[in-house]
Design a binder for this molecule. Structure first.
Ligand code: NI
Length: 404
């Protein structure tokens, strides 16, 4: 095992000591979930948890996110630790006694635990700030679930200076409890929304030659997009195009004037993403033109590809093992096709996002309810490990443990 500059026992003990407060904060946030970029109640709970600590708090006009800054006694590097704060639009069915009080909103992605772990780490690091050879930025971020919260906080100038290293934890019930998992390089996909509208001319279904039927054109586009993926994109460059919705027509004897396709594009590199955007336009526009129909193609850009820096990911692996033993780290064999807006931070700074397994007590991580499920539950006790990991990563990233 590599010797690290930090004392593992200090941070594992700090994690355990911070667990009761983390559980209380997590449950309070869980009971009052908020959606999007404007999370006043959640932010107020974070502020209360940080009250009295030697932190400089920054806020911006675009969101209720905040950045808390801790300056160590020495003026060295800056490391950013992120916790996302927003919930999802679904109704909870867990039966927990701190279950969501807001119908139609639930912390089903575990962001409540992310906030609690980050606040716990902020307290633990503040209490031991003499160990820090630089500055720690605690980024409490709203709007991760498709709202581009990280991008807004960057545009508001809250992440200044751009940190030398950045780190985020994401909890998961579908990994062994207490185990950290990550990989260097590509971790998660870019996710874009595809909208295609074909306009022809409506009329009687018995006389299609007097109309311009958009439905066969839509069908050709759907199949041609699948052919585009397999024939124009290398099998070594993963891309998924799924048309998940087709809308056209009203009844059996009418040809409608227009119809629509809605789908998702997932890619693992910006190059493949650009190739796919261009190809989707070309295929849809070419097929519509061949049949004399009009077409509108819109691709809404979602989050970019999430790419971990090899050095920071390696630091996370060494840190997890130093804290909790050799079995506490798993290197993921392949990326996931989900998306994450920590990608905006990773475009600016070397960093890593790491998963933390938290299958509920008595549950099997292979079969228990996944993130985004209305029945998703977590093992709260692993938050002690998350707090320790944040703290040790901060100390290690500020030191010679991370060669930049
Ligand atoms: Ni999430």
């Amino acid at each position: 095992m590599n010797a690290m500059t930090f004392d593992a026992e200090t941070w594992t003990a700090a994690g355990e000591a911070g667990l009761p407060a983390a559980i209380a904060l997590r449950r309070a946030i869980h009971a009052e979930p908020e959606l999007g970029l404007d999370l006043p109640k959640t932010t107020a709970k974070v502020r209360a948890a940080l009250a009295g600590l030697p932190l400089e708090i920054r806020e911006g006009p675009s969101t209720t996110g905040l950045v808390a800054i801790l300056r160590g006694p020495a003026n060295g590097r800056t490391v950013l630790l992120r916790g996302d704060m927003d919930a999802l639009p679904l109704t909870e069915d867990t039966g927990l006694d701190f279950t969501s009080l807001n119908q139609g909103a639930m912390h089903a992605c575990g962001h409540d635990t992310h906030v609690a772990m980050l606040a716990g780490a902020a307290r633990a690091l503040c209490e031991r700030r003499d160990r820090l050879t630089g500055t720690v930025m605690f980024m409490f971020q709203p709007g991760e679930e498709g709202w581009h919260g990280a991008r807004f906080m960057l545009e508001d100038g809250l992440i200044d200076p751009i940190p030398d290293a950045a780190f985020a934890l994401h909890i998961s019930p579908n990994m062994p409890t207490g185990v950290f998992a990550g990989r260097g390089g590509t971790l998660m996909a870019a996710s874009d929304v595809i909208r295609i509208k074909v306009t022809g001319a409506g009329g009687h279904a018995s006389m299609p030659h007097d109309t311009l039927d958009p439905i066969p054109v839509l069908c050709e586009i759907v199949t041609a997009l699948q052919m585009f993926v397999t024939r124009r994109i290398s099998v070594f460059e993963p891309a998924v195009i799924t048309i998940a919705q087709i809308q056209a027509g009203t009844t059996n004897n009418i040809i409608p004037e227009d119809g629509r396709l809605l789908g998702t594009l997932r890619t693992l590199s910006e190059r493949t993403r650009a190739t796919a955007h261009e190809g989707i336009h070309r295929v849809a526009e070419g097929i519509a033109a061949a049949h004399g129909a009009k077409v509108e193609v819109d691709i809404d850009r979602g989050f970019p590809v999430t790419v971990n820096d090899d050095r920071v990911n390696d630091l996370a692996a060494r840190t997890a093992r130093a804290l909790f033993g050799e079995t506490a780290w798993v290197t993921m064999s392949h990326p996931m096709m989900g998306a994450e807006d920590f990608s905006y931070i990773l475009q600016k700074a070397p960093g890593a996002m790491v998963f933390l397994g938290a299958a509920p007590e008595g549950g099997d991580y292979r079969t228990c309810c996944a993130l985004h499920s209305n029945r998703m539950v977590l093992n709260e006790d692993v938050m002690a490990r998350g707090i320790a990991m944040h703290c040790a990563m901060a100390e290690a990233a500020l030191s010679g443990d991370l060669e930049l």
